[in-house]
Design a protein around this ligand. Structure first.
Ligand code: NAD
Ligand code: TYD
Length: 352
């Protein structure tokens, strides 16, 4: 292991906190720096269990601030970067696309420039790992899966900004020879997930007996992966993935939204001691999302065959762990759903 000082961006968010935890715990000889702006989606409570570890350091900062980023890289001379910081919610990108361009595109280029300027074209033992999404490939019909070779065809401002950042990362590899790795993952679920995304929003609303807003007819399909399996895939790709390569990550676990919500309702009826079918009565069909991608599905055979990765839990196991975490951490939910969240919820759902 030659890479020792690693910058993880967005480490206070949902997936980032699982990646930070994994690297801090599994690699005690690494110094892990977590850079996060702490937007509405970033929460240091997510990392309470490791915050006092000697190989963990937190830096509050904004990746859109080029001067600050340059200074940070020159001060710490990072050996590697795992870049997760982003605006990540499609619905918010529909309301405010520019914020997604600034954070996801300009922020990524700022990080690439800073890495380039401290690594001086000596990239052999340096790694820039960019964490991306399957949404860059656009939408599928009833058949087929996304491969690493599938042409990019992003449909939402969010996926367009992620696609653009992927292209910049690849361009720094091609043009300057930077050692880069990119992964494109399907929808994640698990603990510490901000309750604006489908699964944690539904869990929160079921707990509070609030309507369950299903967009359109609920027929859209997503491919769900347990977040800890994503973090382990990132670890595998960071350490064993090939330079300049892209890896798709997914759990081969497709669900129609409405079927997923019903399954979750049944699970929560059991957990909350409700009669079977009680939570399902909360389902409420609402106006569809503009430009709503129909189906995503990942072919992860490259990652599985080349690096030996595979998911560690079934969806049933992962979802049960997730629900148990939310039930045991209602204080966390309460903290993140007060204040701005209420305004967001009001403006997003009141008019649907
Ligand atoms: P998240 O919204 O939960 O967390 C994003 C984090 O980035 C937050 O901690 C936030 O404070 C931080 N951040 C935002 N803007 C910043 C800025 N300007 N400077 C510094 N920090 C900033 O997101 P997530 O769901 O954990 O996603 C993490 C990454 O994984 C993103 O790049 C996303 O595109 C990608 N991804 C997510 C999923 C998913 O299902 N959630 C799937 C595939 C890929
Ligand atoms: P989301 O969790 O926002 O992830 P993404 O849009 O990035 O895939 O949404 C997952 C699916 O659930 C998507 O098809 C939109 C749908 N959805 C609802 O039906 N209701 C909701 O309240 C939300 C947030 C999402």
């Amino acid at each position: 292991m030659t890479t020792k000082k690693i910058l993880i961006t967005g480490g206070a968010g949902f997936i980032g906190s699982h990646v930070v935890r994994r690297f801090v715990n599994h690699y005690p000889s690494y110094e892990i720096y977590n850079l996060d702006k702490l937007t509405y989606a970033g929460n240091l409570e997510n990392l309470k269990d490791i915050e006092n570890k000697s190989n963990y350091h937190f830096v509050k900062g904004d990746i859109t601030d080029a001067e600050f980023i340059q200074h940070l890289f020159h001060e710490h001379q990072f050996d590697g970067v795992i870049h997760l910081a982003a605006e990540s919610h499609v619905d918010r990108s529909i309301s405010n696309p520019l914020e997604f361009v600034l954070t996801n595109v300009v922020g990524t280029v700022n990080l690439l420039n800073a890495a380039k300027s401290i690594w001086h074209n000596q990239y052999a033992d340096k790694i820039f790992y960019h964490v991306s999404t399957d949404e860059v490939y656009g939408q599928l019909g009833d058949e087929g899966k996304f491969l690493e070779t599938t042409a990019y065809s992003p449909n939402s401002p969010y996926s367009a900004s992620k696609a653009s950042s992927d292209h910049f990362v690849r361009a720094y590899h091609h043009t300057y020879g930077m050692q880069v790795k990119i992964s494109n993952c399907s929808n994640n679920y698990g603990s510490h997930h901000f309750p604006e995304k489908l699964i944690p929003l539904m869990i929160n609303n079921i707990m509070n007996n609030k309507p369950l807003p299903v967009y359109g007819k609920g027929e859209n399909v997503r491919d769900w992966l347990f977040v800890e399996d994503h973090a382990r895939a990132i670890d595998d790709i960071y350490h064993k993935g090939s330079n300049g390569e892209t890896y798709n990550i997914g759990g081969n676990n497709e669900w129609q939204n409405i079927e997923l919500v019903k399954f979750l309702c049944q699970l929560m009826d059991r957990k909350l001691g409700r009669e079977t079918g009680e939570s399902e009565k909360l389902i409420s069909y609402v106006t569809d999302r503009a430009g709503h991608d129909f189906r995503y599905a990942i072919d992860a055979s490259k990652l599985m065959n080349e690096l030996g990765w595979e998911p560690s839990v079934t969806f049933e196991q992962g979802l049960e762990k997730t629900v148990d975490w939310y039930l045991a951490n209602q204080e966390w939910l309460k903290n993140v759903t007060t204040g701005n969240y209420q305004q967001y919820y009001q403006s997003m759902y009141a008019s649907r």
